[in-house]
Ligand binder design. Structure first.
Ligand code: AVI
Length: 319
């Protein structure tokens, strides 16, 4: 265990929370970056969302992985360094690690220190021979990737869950362009991409019957209260999520139920009745749209795996 701890590299997450909150709530329309959902409570709520019947995303992606894991891991091959952006609890990754021949190491990257620690401990117990290089950072900023000392045949970035959909297309392309720099040579990107589909199914996924997505969204206000001493009252806001077909995205908002002023560090923020804070976009792509986006970042789509209803895709891209 001591040896394992020496291997541990963890950069402190950069604290720009205050600045981003003040800026987001000071502009019109008001908005907050969705990456701030994921503190300890928010990450736990997201895990809960992933196991909901109404949220088809996770179970569909897991099924695609399960059905095709042999082909996927054969593509990745031996001595592959697996790098995961937004690793969370690393549940899907375990499926890859169970089948990958002699991996060169695993680099989980996550903004939530608690979740990263917990998942690294679990992984170390399950794969004692696997070299782990955890990085705690906001991966939307530049950071240095750890370099293992052993032989690395190729670097493969794993980006599941359709988290790419939480970026606007321009930001998504810029992010993919950065990833392309890592995959150059023989490497690749294994990515989960959610697809355009029936609006009712999408609506249900973001307005689940158990109200967990609503809690997840509203928790952002509590995080601002806890960390910035604000006085948001969550019962004065409503979770509101809908599919915007023209833009091809789910939009999540927190709508003010009344005219009100909220104080953040003594600074009053005014809300009109029905004014919203835009908290998240979740873009849904057609296969062609995503291929075009990836091509603009220098990637070619090599392989696409789908579920029977073509709700979701897992894709392997190379430069
Ligand atoms: C992490 N991300 C892909 C989720 C999504 O579906 O956009 C976050 C989420 N928001 C509400 N439910 C789930």
């Amino acid at each position: 265990m001591d040896n394992f701890l020496q291997l541990y590299e963890c950069e402190p997450a950069q604290n720009t929370f205050r600045k981003d909150v003040m800026q987001g709530l000071g502009q019109q329309p008001k908005s907050l970056p969705s990456k701030y959902f994921y503190d300890e409570t928010g990450s736990a709520l997201f895990e809960q969302i992933c196991s909901l019947d109404d949220y088809y995303v996770t179970r569909t992606e897991l099924q695609i992985m399960q059905d095709n894991i042999g082909e996927m891991t054969a593509l990745l091959g031996p001595r592959c360094l697996l790098i995961e952006y937004g690793s969370g609890s690393s549940t899907k990754t375990r499926m890859l690690l169970d089948h990958l021949p002699q991996p060169a190491g695993y680099v989980p990257i996550d903004i939530s220190r608690e979740q990263l620690y917990a998942s690294v401990l679990t992984l170390h117990e399950r794969y004692p021979q696997l070299e782990l290089f955890p990085v705690c950072t906001d991966y939307t900023n530049d950071f240095e990737l750890p370099e293992p000392r052993g032989e690395v045949a190729r670097k493969v970035v794993y980006y599941p869950g359709s988290t790419i959909g939480n970026f606007d297309p321009g930001e998504a392309q810029a992010f993919l362009h950065r990833i392309a720099g890592i995959c150059r040579g023989d490497g690749g990107l294994l990515i989960g991409v959610d697809l355009k589909k029936d609006f009712a199914l999408l609506h249900r996924a973001y307005n689940d019957r158990d109200g967990v997505t609503a809690q997840f969204n509203l928790h952002l206000l509590e995080r601002i209260n806890q960390e910035l001493g604000a006085d948001f009252q969550r019962e004065h806001f409503n979770h509101y999520a809908f599919y915007n077909p023209e833009a091809g995205r789910i939009e999540m908002h927190l709508v003010s139920l009344q005219e009100q002023a909220v104080r953040i560090e003594q600074m009053p923020i005014h809300f009109k009745r029905a004014e919203s804070i835009w908290t998240e976009n979740s873009y849904k792509y057609s296969l062609d749209e995503f291929a075009r986006l990836a091509a603009g970042a220098g990637f070619t789509v090599r392989r696409i795996w789908l579920d029977k209803e073509a709700l979701f895709s897992v894709q392997y891209l190379s430069v």
